[in-house]
Design a protein around this ligand. Structure first.
Ligand code: C2O
Length: 564
């Protein structure tokens, strides 16, 4: 059976379980979607403006599948921009060709051309998302991926009555690509966003946006599953619902030990599933989202709102605002992230690598390189181990698979060039703010276990960085503030039930350690999911070698893989 996203779903429809049960009653299926990349005039905020969309929708259609399904998404590019789509969090075993980051696993789909992303959804269930993976186009080109558990496999938490996808985004009144370009020309951060959005709408706190409020209707006494996605380009966000607590049950399509909280914290790239009980005095309640920032950096601090509305309550009832943590509440942030634990049950074990074959230590730095044409004579950039990544002209995966020379080097260092007081006073740290540039990656032996410590630095400024690894989930075994101390910090690792996920925040002026088993051959991008920093070079890739078995090698490329 095949379902075409644009026919069946409008991204913001409440999905009825009864309805789902009848179209997914068979075993593994092939789900087909048509994604037409179109520039459409979308009426949002105070005026209508043309934006790049999938099928004219903002946010785009939900890809709705079941664990075990095969998915075919034909993307046809009718826009003037080159395009590629990434299925954020899908592991794409042996199949980097369907991963999507432009110039890493494919060349972009050029105007007038098509490419079919062909992948299986194996061993994963929960909420993920898809987005454009080229320039800043993901500002408007994104949508949810919902993976239902296999037929007959219940959730490991009480069955919700209904569910709802909640996509948090960032909106610019002017053309996003022009904003990005201008920033690059000046060598400065581009203009910050004009609004945050919930399911594409900023809510009534934003001037002249009364019509543009997302409303979710609930029935008294029922439980709802919210599938929350942070699709913002640059802002880590808090989210809360007035009067209602939330029970976190899953992040990044991995079940968690349930815990109840008044607010969640979600970084760009991450997803969070929560249960909400409609058990308050029937009325209207605001759901609100606002930026978390504990570094001295200007950000869009506007609050976006949506409304939780009990059935039968008129629109004239004024909703109350929830209490969000203070914008710089790092204590909340640390303790919230500490609460995230893998379920680690018999059915969903946490297979944490206990022995490490390869130890990596990467410093995260911001910096400035000289730029005679820029306003200050310098251009801001960002680096890992003092290397600012340069995008190649052809896909790295092709270069790896066909053994093309001269595209990348595999000499990305396992350690920074020299140790320093990473999070010390800016004066000492900033003696070394310029970085070398190159398309340098790290080669990883098949099936080896990797420990990677990501260390924030005070080069220019400390800041928190959500790091995303393609092709894998990893375990977040430790995190802390200050400089990572191998002797003191390694013994404190959680190797029992650490959170398994695909995107993790490195705290401001701190470090985070992840572990994973390199059992997925291919070329896998790793980058800060703040688009600003990705653009500045805060990225690299792992080349994971083929294994000995015939089913442990990168699959041959599909025949319609876009040419450069
Ligand atoms: Cu969600 Cu490389 O991205």
């Amino acid at each position: 059976m095949s379902i075409r996203g644009k026919d069946v779903f409008s991204g913001i429809t409440l999905l009825l379980f009864g309805f789902l049960a009848c179209f997914t009653s068979s075993e593994a299926a092939i789900k087909k979607y048509q994604f037409d990349i179109q520039v459409k005039n979308v009426s949002r905020l105070c005026h209508a403006k043309p934006i790049v969309t999938v099928n004219g929708m903002y946010p785009g259609p939900t890809v709705y599948v079941r664990e075990g399904d095969s998915v075919l998404v034909n993307v046809t590019n009718h826009a003037q921009y080159n395009m590629s789509i990434h299925w954020h969090g899908l592991k794409q075993y042996r199949n980097g060709w369907a991963d999507g980051p432009a110039y890493i696993t494919q060349c972009p789909i050029q105007t007038g051309n098509s490419y079919t992303y062909n992948f299986n959804v194996t061993g994963q269930r929960g909420t993920l998302w898809w987005h454009a993976h080229i320039l800043w186009l993901r500002a408007t080109v994104y949508g949810a991926i919902v993976i239902m558990p296999k037929q007959g496999t219940p959730f490991p938490f009480p069955q919700p009555y209904r569910e709802q996808t909640i996509l948090l985004g960032e909106w610019w009144n002017s053309d996003v690509e022009a904003v990005e370009k201008q920033g690059n020309q000046l060598g400065l951060p581009p203009n910050m966003s004009d609004a945050h959005t919930i399911n594409g709408k900023p809510g009534p706190l934003f001037p002249c946006s009364e019509k543009h409020t997302f409303v979710m209707e609930v029935e008294l006494g029922k439980t709802y599953l919210l599938r929350i996605i942070n699709a913002a380009l640059n802002d880590e966000l808090f989210l809360a619902i007035a009067g209602h607590s939330m029970t976190v049950v899953e992040v990044d399509a991995v079940y968690t030990k349930p815990f109840t909280t008044e607010s969640i914290l979600i970084a760009p790239g991450q997803t969070t599933n929560v249960l909400v009980q409609a058990n308050r005095v029937p009325g209207r309640y605001f759901m609100a989202t606002r930026t978390f920032i504990d570094a001295p950096i200007p950000v869009d601090n506007k609050t976006a709102t949506a409304i939780l509305q009990y059935k039968g309550i008129p629109n004239t009832v004024m909703p109350a605002l929830p209490q969000l943590p203070a914008p710089n509440d790092s204590v909340f942030a640390l303790s919230y992230n500490q609460k995230l634990r893998s379920l680690n049950s018999l059915q969903f074990p946490a297979n944490v690598p206990l022995k490490v074959d390869r130890n990596l230590f990467y410093t995260i730095g911001l910096g400035m390189n000289s730029c005679p044409t820029c306003v200050n004579g310098t251009r801001l950039l960002a680096s890992l181990n003092n290397i600012s990544f340069v995008m190649p002209q052809v896909g790295l995966l092709q270069a790896h698979y066909f053994d093309m020379k001269g595209v990348f080097t595999t000499d990305f260092p396992d350690q920074p060039p020299s140790p320093f007081n990473y999070t010390g006073a800016p004066l000492t740290a900033n003696l070394r703010t310029s970085a070398s540039r190159g398309t340098r990656v790290s080669k990883i032996a098949f099936n080896s276990t990797v420990e990677l410590v990501l260390q924030d630095t005070n080069l220019l400024t400390v800041e928190s960085h959500p790091f995303h690894l393609h092709g894998y989930n990893f375990f977040v075994v430790g995190t802390g503030i200050g400089n990572f101390d191998p002797a003191k910090d390694r013994i404190k690792y959680n190797l029992v039930d650490p959170m398994e996920r695909n995107t993790v925040g490195v705290p401001t002026g701190g470090w985070t350690t992840i572990r994973f088993r390199a059992d997925n051959p291919g070329v896998w991008f790793m980058h800060c999911h703040l688009e600003l920093h990705t653009g500045w070079g805060l990225k690299t890739a792992f080349v994971v070698e083929d294994g000995p078995g015939s089913d442990q090698t990168v699959l041959p490329p599909p025949s319609d893989l876009p040419p450069c």
